[in-house]
Design a protein around this ligand. Structure first.
Ligand code: PEP
Ligand code: MN
Length: 251
């Protein structure tokens, strides 16, 4: 399942058709519908929205859970978009499975080997993100759990690793892209949002990803970023995305 999706990412350079946009979190039906409508109007195909949010503190917004997943599914059906969302446990996998086109495994679960073994048996494409402080060797070691049962429909994602500087949220390890491409025959995209943590750096990071030959980009976009319940500082709105797209794809 999803071989067309993997081909979308693997066989093309970095372009609009392998750009995953959408909000950090699904906050309400109205918010995610507005976001989906705008993403579609701009010609994007893959749409993200977090429902099970791995927040640093339990006091922060945790996401809408299964309700959010069903909202995402509904709006993706309405606008013919492919739904991408993270799950963090086997229980969440079971309840969200039918609603998603791509199942995301976030940085914090990169080494959740028991979960990876379960995922190695499922049919759907997995977006498998690099861990917060994982070396490339550790990342590819974890990948081997996901591939255990011959699973091939996997998209990798460089999302920055913890560094010593605090100017950006994480350090975007752009060289990981060609290094991993040399080692495995899987697409690797760049998450320019969680790596930089800054909306003013999304365009330069995306240009770098494109120039180095990444197989796609992920970017968080929100109808009203300053009101976002999570990751407000790194999200842009859809007008800004339109402008960014012009500079990225048309130049
Ligand atoms: C996300 O993409 O929603 C996310 C939480 O990213 P990461 O797992 O890379 O921190
Ligand atoms: Mn986020």
């Amino acid at each position: 399942m999803g071989n067309d999706i993997i081909a979308d990412f693997l066989n093309k350079g970095c372009q609009k058709s392998n750009f995953i946009v959408g909000s950090c979190a699904i906050e309400s039906y109205q918010q995610i519908r507005q976001a989906a409508a705008s993403a579609k109007a701009l010609g994007y195909k893959y749409f993200r929205g977090g429902a099970y949010k791995p927040r640093t503190s339990s006091n922060s917004f945790q996401g809408l859970g299964l309700t959010g997943v069903t909202y995402l599914h509904e709006v993706c059906q309405e606008f013919s978009l492919k739904a991408v969302s993270e799950i963090m446990s086997e229980r969440q996998l079971e309840e969200a499975y039918d609603y998603l086109d791509i199942i995301q495994i976030g940085a914090r679960n990169m080494q959740n080997f028991e979960l990876l073994k379960v995922l190695s048996k499922i049919d759907k494409p997995i977006l498998f993100k690099r861990g917060l402080m994982a070396t490339i060797e550790e990342y590819l070691g974890a990948l081997s759990y996901l591939q255990e049962n011959g699973k091939k429909n996997i998209i990798l994602c460089e999302r920055g690793v913890r560094g010593y500087d605090v100017e950006t949220r994480n350090m975007l390890d752009i060289m990981a892209v060609p290094i991993i491409q040399q080692k495995v025959k899987l697409p690797i995209i760049v998450d320019v949002s969680h790596s930089t943590g800054r909306r003013d750096l999304l365009l330069p990071a995306a240009k770098a990803a494109k120039a180095i030959g990444a197989n796609g980009i992920m970017m968080e976009v929100h109808p009203t970023p300053d009101l976002a319940l999570s990751d407000a500082a790194q999200q842009i709105d859809y007008q800004q995305l339109e402008q960014l797209g012009k500079e990225l794809w048309e130049s």
